[in-house]
Design a protein around this ligand. Structure first.
Ligand SMILES: Cc1ncc(COP(=O)(O)O)c(C=O)c1O
Length: 384
């Protein structure tokens, strides 16, 4: 292998940007602790490296969806509080209790499994009761809350669990003024008050995700759980751009041109010939495709920067590659093509790809596949 050859593709992960984002988010919620949400391999950025960088910048909690993700962080040596919330029956409850992970609990069956694991492990499980305040996904319905609270108090009395948190999740915090925000907040306050009156003494009460952390201070309580903003991406165009929110995108996705060639007018490009060259031109072959997470829905619309110019995906995105019409330019094979990055060198952003593919920027970064190596830059935090 030629070590100096340009990589087929790489996702550069700027950990200084991530640390700066964490500091910005902490400044938005100065009275609350910050949980860096690093589920789904830190939204595609690499969970262990990003978790370490987030802790360096002052996050004190790490959040994952699955217990396996939480356990992987512990196995990698990540200290401090780690919470996971997406359980199924028969999950690795005992391993999670032994690894000192906080367990999100959405119903009686889950509390029973947590308590059973604690008994087997001979230690107390840290559990956090999740209220469904209106999202209609995971969490305990208000009508079932008294039963869950009572069961948790009994398990606490037996020394099997300690209720460390009461929490919930928003449905529409990224839609300014949405009536469900106030309704969820009211329901959350009522469910917390009920549990506390009954004798639950949580360390942390939390409901805020990135959009709530950035725009709704009344939702911060004791802890905020930030995912997408940690990675420098605006939760929604409705809230402003990343730059307007003081965030810096962490991932830059680029590839090396695999081929540049002249083609005549009327030449069909890629499967289905959905693009036909309007005149004599040059085509550049970008060696990433939907197997790498490039959305096929961005066929004919996805933007890239190469040779200082924006080009658009010509025809379909295939499994491993797509073409761009270079309009007669003849860059060298191997020249860098930037799909998205922070945008300050004129390159598109993940938000631009989201718009092109009719999706959200969360999906753009999270789907970047394992075949694309992550290359970490600015790894060390500078002494402050
Ligand atoms: C329970 C929970 N909390 C927090 C987050 C972080 O959300 P965001 O990426 O919008 O900050 C998520 C992500 O979906 C989540 O599922």
């Amino acid at each position: 292998m030629n070590e100096t050859a340009p990589a087929r593709a790489r996702a550069e992960i700027d950990l200084a940007a991530l640390r700066a984002n964490v500091r910005t988010l902490r400044a938005h919620a100065p009275a609350a602790a910050l949980m860096a949400v690093v589920k789904s391999d830190a939204y595609g950025h690499g969970a262990v490296r990003c978790a370490r960088a987030a802790l360096d910048a002052g996050a004190t909690w790490l959040g994952t969806a699955t217990p396996e993700e939480a356990l992987a962080l512990r196995e990698a040596g990540l200290p401090g509080r780690i919470m996971c919330w997406l359980w199924t029956p028969g999950g690795p409850w005992r391993a999670a209790v032994e690894a000192d992970v906080d367990l999100g609990i959405s119903g009686l069956w889950a509390l029973r499994e947590a308590a059973g694991a604690a008994r087997a492990a001979g230690r107390t499980a840290r559990v956090q009761l999740k209220a469904d305040t209106g999202l209609g996904r995971n969490g305990c319905q208000p009508g079932d809350w008294p039963e869950l609270v009572a069961a948790a108090l009994r398990a606490e009395a037996e020394g099997l669990v300690r209720v460390t948190g009461l929490w919930s999740h928003f449905a529409c915090a990224d839609e300014p003024g949405h009536p469900s925000i106030g309704a969820q907040l009211t329901a959350f306050r009522e469910m917390v008050t009920y549990a506390e009156k009954k004798g639950i003494r949580p360390e942390v009460r939390h409901i805020a995700n990135s959009p709530a952390t950035l725009t709704l201070p009344e939702t911060h309580f004791d802890l905020v759980r930030t995912g997408i903003a940690t990675y420098g991406i605006s939760p929604s165009p409705a809230l402003g751009t990343a730059a307007e929110l003081g965030l810096r995108p962490v991932m830059t996705l680029s590839a090396a041109l695999a081929l540049v060639k002249r083609v005549p007018a009327g030449h069909g490009v890629s499967y289905g010939h959905h693009y036909v060259t309007p005149g004599d031109t040059t085509l550049g072959l970008v060696p990433v495709g939907y197997a790498d997470g490039i959305p096929r829905h961005a066929s004919g619309t996805g933007p890239v920067l190469t040779g200082g110019k924006w080009r658009t995906v010509a025809g379909r995105v295939a499994m491993d590659q797509f073409a761009v019409d270079l309009g007669g330019d003849q860059p060298a094979v191997g020249e860098r093509v930037v799909l998205f990055g922070p945008g300050d060198e004129g390159e598109p952003t993940a938000e631009d790809w989201a718009r092109a593919a009719g999706t959200i920027a969360y999906e753009i970064v999270t789907r970047i596949g394992t075949r694309v190596p992550r290359v970490y830059v600015n790894i060390e935090s500078s002494p402050s």
